[in-house]
Design a protein. Structure first.
Length: 486
C-alpha cells in the first residue's frame, strides 16, 4: 500500500500507545542483552511502527520523530542518522519525480501508453493485456497513482463501447470490464517493482545498503532483479484474470480498439517538448545502464545514479518550452506536485534504520533471530515475502519496508546469507498488494469507479498475490545472489 491520499483521522488509542511504549523504554533500565542506547531506540521503533501501521497521524508526520528524539536518547552520532533525510537515495527518487512530472505535463506518458495498447491487438483479452503492459511500462518511471489516473479514462471508454454505453449485461461483460479496469491498477503496481525509481521501497533498500554496509546497489543491479519479475508477473497476472479469476468470452471489438486510437489522435503530432523529454530520458537511462563503464573515465569517476537522476530532473527547468508556453519544460509551480510526504517518509525510515544499526539494536535482534540461521535461503525468503505481501494489503508500503528492514537485516546477520538476499525480495513484497482496495492507490482509484465489485477484486487479487510471492521468491533466489556477490 502506498502513502495515503486522504487525511487520516486522529486515533486516540494508538496515538497514546506509541509514545507510552517509548517512555517505558526511556524510564526503565534496559534488559541485560541491550546496550543503553538500544533500548530507547527499540521504543522509538515501536512507536513509529504503531503510528505507521494505524495512521494515527499522517505517515510523513510520524517520520519526523527521529529528528526530535535521536539527539535526546543517547544514540551514538545522531547527526549521521539524521543526515539520512538527505541521503542520495532520497535525491534519486526526487530526480525521478521531476522527470515523471515533465512527462505528465506534456502528455508523453499518454502517447507511449496508447501506442503500446494499439500494438497488442483488438481481441478483448488482448486489450486487457495491452492495458497491463502499458501501465506496467509507464509505472517503472512514473508514479503508480499518476499512471492509474491517466489510463483509467481510456479503460472506461473502452468499457463503455463494449457495454454499448450502459451497464455490463451478463457475466462475460461484467468480467471483461473488471479485468480491463483491474489491468490499470495491477499494471501500475507491477511496473513499479521494475526499477529503483518505480516505487520508493526499492530505493529504500539502496539507501540502507549504502549507509549500513557500504554496498552500492546500482540502477542496473536492481533491473537485473526487477525486469524479470515484471516480465513474468504481467503475463501471469493477465492469465490469472482472464482465464481463472474473471473469465469471459466476447467477440473482437474494433470500436474498442478505435477508442484508444481516437485518444492517441486527440494528442496531435508529437511536439518539440516531448522530443526533448524523450531525449533526456534516453540519456538518463543510458547513464544508469552504463555508469560502471562511465566511472572508468577520469572526470566521471564519482558519477552516481543520484547525480544522473538529479541532472535529468534539473534539465527539465533549463530546457525551454516553446515561447507560447513560456519558461522551461517544468515551471516553479510544478514543484508543488512533488509528493514531498513520500520523501519525508523515506528519510524517516532511513534515519530509524541508521539509529538501529549505530545503537547496536540490530546486533541484539540478530542474536534473538539466530534460530532461523539454518533455514535454506529459498524457504526463508518465501516466509518473509508471504508475510509482507499480505501485511502491505493494510499498511503503507514504505512504512512496511522501513519497519521490517532493520529486523530482516539483523535476521540475515544470523544466517549464512547476505543482507541483500533477504532485503531485496522483502522490499519488492512490500509494494505487491493486489487484493484489497486499500492495498495501493491504483486499486483504490479503480474501485472508486464502482465498476469492479469487491468480490471480483478479492478473487483476482488473491490469485495475483500468490503468484507474486512465487515469482518474487524464485527470481530473487536466482538473481539477487549474483548481485550481492558480484
Amino acid at each position: 500500500m502506498s502513502v495515503a491520499e486522504t487525511e487520516p483521522r486522529l486515533r486516540p488509542l494508538p496515538l497514546l500507545i506509541g509514545p507510552a511504549i517509548f517512555l517505558l523504554t526511556v524510564l526503565t533500565a534496559p534488559p541485560t542483552d541491550f546496550a543503553p542506547a538500544a533500548w530507547p531506540v527499540a521504543g522509538l521503533a515501536a512507536w513509529m511502527a504503531i503510528w505507521w501501521a494505524t495512521e494515527a497521524v499522517p505517515l510523513a508526520a510520524t517520520s519526523l520523530l527521529p529528528l526530535i528524539l535521536l539527539p535526546l536518547i543517547g544514540v551514538p552520532n545522531p547527526s549521521a542518522a539524521i543526515a539520512e533525510y538527505a541521503s542520495s537515495s532520497v535525491f534519486l527518487i526526487l530526480g525521478g519525480f521531476l522527470l515523471a512530472l515533465a512527462m505528465e505535463r506534456w502528455n508523453l506518458h499518454k502517447r507511449i501508453a496508447f501506442n503500446i495498447v494499439l500494438l497488442v491487438g483488438r481481441e478483448p483479452r488482448r486489450l486487457v493485456l495491452g492495458m497491463l503492459i502499458a501501465c506496467a511500462a509507464l509505472s517503472m518511471w512514473v508514479s503508480n497513482t499518476s499512471t492509474a489516473l491517466m489510463m483509467l479514462p481510456v479503460a472506461l471508454s473502452v468499457a463503455l463501447i463494449v457495454t454499448r454505453d450502459g451497464e455490463p449485461s451478463g457475466p462475460d461483460e461484467r468480467n471483461f470490464v473488471a479485468c480491463l479496469l483491474l489491468a490499470v491498477a495491477y499494471g501500475a503496481t507491477i511496473g513499479g517493482l521494475g526499477s529503483l525509481i518505480g516505487t520508493p521501497t526499492n530505493a529504500l533498500v539502496q539507501g540502507y545498503m549504502k549507509t549500513n554496509f557500504d554496498f552500492d546497489l546500482s540502477f542496473v543491479d536492481w533491473l537485473k532483479f526487477g525486469i524479470p519479475t515484471v516480465v513474468l508477473l504481467v503475463p501471469l497476472a493477465w492469465i490469472a484474470m482472464v482465464r481463472f479469476a474473471l473469465p469471459f468470452q466476447l467477440p473482437a471489438e474494433t470500436d474498442a480498439h478505435g477508442a484508444v486510437r481516437a485518444a492517441l489522435t486527440a494528442l496531435g503530432p508529437m511536439r518539440r517538448e516531448e522530443y526533448c523529454i524523450a531525449a533526456v530520458f534516453g540519456l538518463a537511462a543510458f547513464g544508469w545502464v552504463f555508469r560502471p563503464w562511465l566511472n572508468e573515465l577520469g572526470p566521471l569517476q564519482k558519477l552516481s545514479d543520484m547525480g544522473i537522476a538529479v541532472a535529468a530532473g534539473l534539465s527539465m527547468f533549463v530546457i525551454p518550452a516553446r515561447p507560447a508556453h513560456g519558461g522551461g519544460l517544468l515551471r516553479s509551480q510544478d514543484l508543488t506536485r512533488i509528493p514531498w510526504d513520500v520523501l519525508l517518509l523515506f528519510g524517516g525510515g532511513l534515519a530509524l534504520a541508521a539509529a538501529i544499526q549505530s545503537s547496536t539494536l540490530g546486533d541484539t535482534l540478530g542474536q534473538y533471530l539466530q534460530v532461523f540461521g539454518g533455514l535454506p535461503l529459498i524457504l526463508l525468503t518465501t516466509v518473509i515475502v508471504l508475510i509482507l505481501v499480505f501485511w502491505t494489503e493494510l499498511n503503507s508500503n514504505v512504512a512496511t519496508a522501513a519497519t521490517f528492514m532493520p529486523v530482516l537485516a539483523a535476521l540475515a546477520a544470523g544466517t549464512d546469507h547476505s543482507v541483500l538476499e533477504i532485503l531485496a525480495p522483502a522490499a519488492m513484497a512490500s509494494s505487491a498488494g493486489f487484493m484489497l482496495p486499500v492495498g495501493t492507490p491504483p486499486s483504490a482509484i479503480v474501485f472508486a469507479t464502482r465498476k469492479v465489485a469487491l468480490k471480483q477484486m478479492l478473487r483476482a487479487g488473491f490469485l495475483i498475490d500468490v503468484i507474486a510471492v512465487v515469482v518474487i521468491v524464485i527470481v530473487g533466489y536466482l538473481t539477487v545472489p549474483l548481485i550481492a556477490h558480484r
